[in-house]
Design a protein around this ligand. Structure first.
Ligand SMILES: [Zn+2]
Length: 258
């Protein structure tokens, strides 16, 4: 693996526009369980209740939604960035990051030190709450506090509209601005690094193709093989944290040379 790590470091050093594509694997290494995996929250809840349309139309669905969202939020709030998040934040400090396109909603890129304008959150964020009627933004902890005191479904102080975490639910369309920006940055990149994603969720999974078609080198770092491994320039199977830490160590060693 040492040879592959050195090769990725070399590519990072020579690239001008590096885009990182971060998947659920990055969060699981921080102890946040992938909600789609067995033993996840879906074993205890009915996914039907969580379709956006049901949230909009049914008070009972909203109540179940908030129960599940509360259960998922607690471990997320306590989670700390892992070595991979820290390496990505380090890339920004070194001027080696165009942006991170992330499928994660846990805000760990910011806890690691990435700035707001470097992170494109394709599936939104669990860190704040929006009124679905007037779009007023609420701090997530403030809303959770209302629930902790016994409220079942929170509503907007201003207009009475239903409040929902700013994440993208089933049946809710992808955020237009973020999706377009992600495709645009992918097409302009010269090095596209996938970290901790099996690249199955569309449309996000087509972004590596867009990058590759426009001439970028494609690197995949993931525990399991992906269906894109064959077209990648370099694939490393393993844990993202230690691998990214080794890569950044090599990058910094080169940058520090007089
Ligand atoms: Zn409102």
């Amino acid at each position: 693996m040492t040879k592959q790590i050195e090769e990725v470091a070399r590519l990072i050093l020579t690239a001008q526009r590096i885009v990182i594509f971060a998947g659920a694997g990055l969060s699981t290494e921080s102890g946040i369980s992938d909600f789609r995996s067995p033993g996840g929250v879906w074993d205890r809840y009915d996914p039907e209740d969580f379709y956006y349309q049901n949230f909009l139309s049914s008070e009972a669905s909203r109540e179940k939604y908030w129960q599940m969202a509360t259960e998922m939020y607690e471990p997320m709030k306590k989670a700390q960035p892992n070595l991979a998040h820290l390496a990505i934040a380090e890339m920004e400090r070194l001027g080696k990051l165009d942006c991170v396109i992330t499928q994660n909603i846990d805000g760990l890129h910011f806890k690691a030190g990435n700035s707001e304008d470097k992170v494109i959150q394709l599936h939104g964020t669990a860190m704040y709450v929006l009124c679905l009627n007037c779009n007023k933004k609420y701090d997530r902890d403030e809303v959770q506090e209302r629930l902790r005191k016994g409220l079942k479904v929170p509503y907007c102080d201003v207009c009475g509209g239903p409040l929902k975490p700013a994440t993208i639910s089933f049946g809710q369309s992808m955020p237009e601005k973020e999706t377009q920006e992600a495709y645009h940055r992918s097409s302009l990149s010269d090095l596209f690094i996938v970290i901790g994603s099996s690249l199955v969720v569309q449309p996000a999974a087509s972004m590596p193709l867009v990058a590759k078609r426009n001439g970028a080198k494609l690197i995949i770092i993931n525990r399991e093989p992906t269906s894109y491994d064959d077209m990648a320039d370099l694939v490393i199977h393993g844990q993202a944290g230690p691998i990214m830490a080794s890569i950044l160590k090599d990058v910094k060693k080169e940058l520090d040379k007089p």
